[in-house]
Ligand binder design. Structure first.
Ligand code: 13P
Length: 330
C-alpha cells in the first residue's frame, strides 16, 4: 500500500471523518456575525483552539482541514495547532485553493483559482506537518447552468491540483461541489452531479492521479434549498448512492461528503441512511462537514470563555452522532 493510500484510508477509517474548519477569514466572519462575535485574529484562534482541544475528539475525527492563517497559529500552551492535533491522533490538512473568480463567458459561474503558485506553497505545508489538502470547485444549478465549460474548467483545475499534491506526498481532497442553492429538483441535482463526477474522473485519470490516494468530497444528491418538494433522507441516500456507483471508480479509497447547508440533524440523518444502504459499495462513505459539525458549538460558545467547556461538549456530541451515522448506526 502506498503512503498516500495509507493516509487516505486513515482519513476515512470506520467511525471517523473529517472536520472542515478551513473557513476563510470572510467566511468565519459570517459565522461569527450570527453569534455577535468580532472577527479578529484572537477570536478566530481561540475558537479553533476550542475545537482542536476538545477532549478525545480523535475518537470521531480523523483529520481537520485548516485555513492558511490557522495552520500557522498556536494553542495557548505554545504548541502549534498541528502538534495539538497530532496529540489527539488527528491528521492536519490545509485548504490550498484561493477562492473563485467569475468565468469570462458566463459571469454567474465561477472557477477556482490558486494553481499558479501552488508548487511553491505545498512544500511549506509539508514542513509544517500537513498530510492532506483540499481544493473546492463550485458548480451552480440554474437556468442553462451549469455550462459545459464551467464543469470542464473546474475538473481540469481539480486534476492539476490533485497531481501536484500527490507529487508532494499530500493526499488531495477533491471537492467538486454542486451547490444546493436554488429551486431545482433532486432529479436535476442527480443529473448535474453525475455529469460533474464523470468529467472530474476523466480529468483525474488524464492527469495521472493515483485514485487510491485521493479522497472525493462530493455533495449529496439533494433537492434545491428552495424547491417546493423536498426529498426525504431515504430518497437522498438512494439517489446519492446510485450516482456514486455510476461514476466513482472502485480504487478511490474514500468519499467524505460535505454538508453544504444541510442542518446538523439532516446531515447526520442522510449520512446514516447512505451507510445503511451502502453495504456493497467499494469505498468508505464518511463525512467532511463544516457547518453540520459546528453550528450548535458556535451557538454554545458565543465568544465567551466561560462557555468553552459546554461548547466542547456540544461539539463532541455532534461529532459522536455524525460518527455513528457514518457507520449507519445512528
Ligand atoms: P460544509 O460542510 O459547511 O458545506 O463545509 C464543508 C466544506 O469544506 C466546504 O468546502
Amino acid at each position: 500500500m502506498s503512503e498516500l493510500n495509507n493516509i487516505a484510508k486513515q482519513m476515512v477509517a470506520p467511525g471517523k471523518g473529517i472536520l472542515a474548519a478551513d473557513e476563510s477569514t470572510p467566511t468565519i466572519g459570517k459565522r461569527f456575525a450570527k453569534i455577535e462575535v468580532e472577527n479578529n485574529e484572537d477570536n478566530r484562534r481561540g475558537y479553533r483552539e476550542l475545537l482542536f482541544t476538545a477532549p478525545n475528539m480523535g475518537e470521531y475525527i480523523s483529520g481537520v482541514i485548516m485555513y492558511d492563517e490557522t495552520i500557522r497559529q498556536r494553542a495557548s500552551d505554545g504548541h502549534t495547532f498541528v502538534t495539538v492535533l497530532e496529540k489527539q491522533n488527528v491528521l492536519s490538512g490545509i485548504k490550498v485553493d484561493e477562492g473563485t473568480e467569475s468565468l469570462v463567458d458566463s459571469p454567474e459561474e465561477v472557477v477556482t483559482k490558486g494553481l499558479e503558485n501552488l508548487p511553491a506553497r505545498l512544500p511549506e505545508y509539508v514542513n509544517m506537518g500537513a498530510k492532506f489538502c483540499k481544493w473546492r470547485g463550485v458548480i451552480k444549478i440554474g437556468e442553462n447552468l451549469p455550462t459545459a465549460n464551467c464543469v470542464q474548467m473546474n475538473a481540469e483545475r481539480l486534476a492539476k491540483y490533485a497531481k501536484l499534491c500527490q507529487e508532494n506526498n499530500l493526499v488531495p481532497i477533491v471537492e467538486p461541489e454542486v451547490l444546493m442553492d436554488g429551486g431545482h429538483t433532486i432529479e436535476k441535482c442527480y443529473e448535474v452531479t453525475k455529469n460533474v463526477l464523470d468529467v472530474t474522473f476523466v480529468e483525474l485519470k488524464k492527469a495521472g492521479v493515483e485514485l487510491g490516494g485521493i479522497i472525493l468530497k462530493p455533495n449529496m444528491v439533494i433537492s434545491g434549498s428552495t424547491c417546493e418538494t423536498q426529498a426525504s433522507a431515504k430518497e437522498i441516500a438512494e439517489l446519492t448512492v446510485k450516482c456514486l456507483k455510476e461514476t466513482v471508480p472502485a480504487e478511490v479509497s474514500g468519499i467524505a461528503f460535505l454538508s453544504g447547508g444541510q442542518s446538523e440533524e439532516l446531515a447526520a440523518e442522510t449520512l446514516n441512511e447512505i451507510n445503511k444502504i451502502a453495504v456493497d459499495c467499494p469505498w468508505q462513505l464518511s463525512f467532511s462537514y463544516g457547518r453540520a459539525l459546528q453550528a450548535s458549538t458556535l451557538k454554545a460558545w458565543a465568544g465567551k470563555s466561560e462557555n468553552i467547556v459546554t461548547a466542547q461538549e456540544t461539539f463532541l456530541m455532534q461529532a459522536k452522532k455524525t460518527s455513528l451515522a457514518r457507520d449507519g448506526r445512528l
